[in-house]
Design a protein around this ligand. Structure first.
Ligand code: AVJ
Length: 310
């Protein structure tokens, strides 16, 4: 489905919704990089601290000669810790990033080619599910698939299960999958991570409206919208919404339609699921994995789960 088609459907639905993948155009991806440095956004630092302390242990648990596949590589900053650890065990390494953002894939490939003469980068510019089916066989090497950053949290539970099933299909028994997941915790910590005091997350959210203006000839007035992120404890997820500050009508030229918003009506733009350890175990088991080990940071905020295909 095209961006225009998804926007038309999402803004015609009740409650109104826009898919979170559209937050990541070039500007949105740059804003997300800034989010990762915010004092309130603990996720990136928590996962980086786990990988700093344990990447060699993780790689040793994978065992054998390996190739590494990564879903949604972005700039691959944390990945380098695992690549370094793998290169301590073997002289050369094949690394296959899969990302829908061609600029991210191109930059990461160029940077790694420059930094690591012993890594052979073979990037795939496509979505995860398509990329997983297009991987060439791994020969004698073990395959390690990475899914870092709690990106799995953006999926509805059924989508998370479908993704784990697809990952399992791309693996042979004994191959491994490393998945990072943010853990359930107190509301104050969760809500401040998505309501930073500098307003970067608000800008990241509102950029979706600007993207509709830029790409689809939308007429959103940002002054009439605000950012809201709240923890929905019953569903175990932080929800990001855009809130209409007044009753308003917004034409979108490329769709040839005008959308009406009540005062305080919201557009749901993202869910960020927070996991309980048993939920990860269940997802893993249902997809045909066993948990080798879970590492967490000193505050137990985040878990890095190494799964092995059975
Ligand atoms: C990239 C999906 C892990 O859900 O925490 C950050 C995206 N949204 N702040 C997350 C995000 C608002 C992020 N993930």
């Amino acid at each position: 489905m095209s961006f225009a088609g998804d926007v038309r459907l999402g803004l015609s639905a009740r409650p109104k919704t826009l898919a979170s993948k559209y937050l990541y155009d070039d500007l949105g991806s740059a804003l997300f990089e800034v989010i990762c440095r915010l004092p309130e956004y603990y996720l990136t630092r928590a996962e980086a601290s786990i990988l700093q302390a344990h990447s060699q242990e993780i790689i040793d648990a994978v065992g054998g000669t390996m190739e590494i596949v990564e879903l949604g590589s972005g700039t691959a900053v944390k990945t380098r810790l695992l690549l370094d650890a793998a290169l301590k065990r073997q002289p050369t390494l094949r690394y296959r990033p899969i990302d829908i953002s061609s600029s991210a894939v191109l930059e990461t490939t160029a940077a790694l080619n420059h930094e690591y003469p012993n890594i052979h980068v073979e990037a795939l510019t496509t979505d995860y599910l398509d990329g997983l089916t297009r991987l060439s066989p791994n020969g004698v090497a073990r395959r390690l698939i990475l899914f870092l950053g709690s990106n799995i949290g953006n999926f509805e539970p059924y989508e998370a299960q479908r993704t784990l099933d697809a990952v399992r299909q791309a693996l042979r028994p004994g191959d491994t999958f490393l998945v990072g997941a943010d853990l359930r915790k107190d509301r104050a910590t969760l809500e401040s991570a998505y309501n930073d005091s500098l307003g970067v997350t608000a800008a990241f959210n509102k950029n979706l409206l600007l993207r509709i203006d830029r790409e689809l000839g939308g007429h959103f007035d940002l002054a009439a919208w605000s950012h809201r992120a709240t923890y929905n404890e019953a569903e175990g997820r932080v929800e990001m919404h855009l809130v209409s500050e007044s009753r308003q009508e917004v034409p979108i030229d490329a769709i040839g339609a005008t959308f009406a918003f009540d005062k305080n009506e919201t557009i749901h733009t993202e869910s960020s699921y927070k996991y309980e350890p048993q939920q990860i175990e269940r997802l893993a088991r249902d997809a045909g994995f066993e948990i080798v080990r879970t590492w967490s940071d000193s505050a137990d905020a985040f878990g890095s789960n190494l799964l092995r295909a059975v």
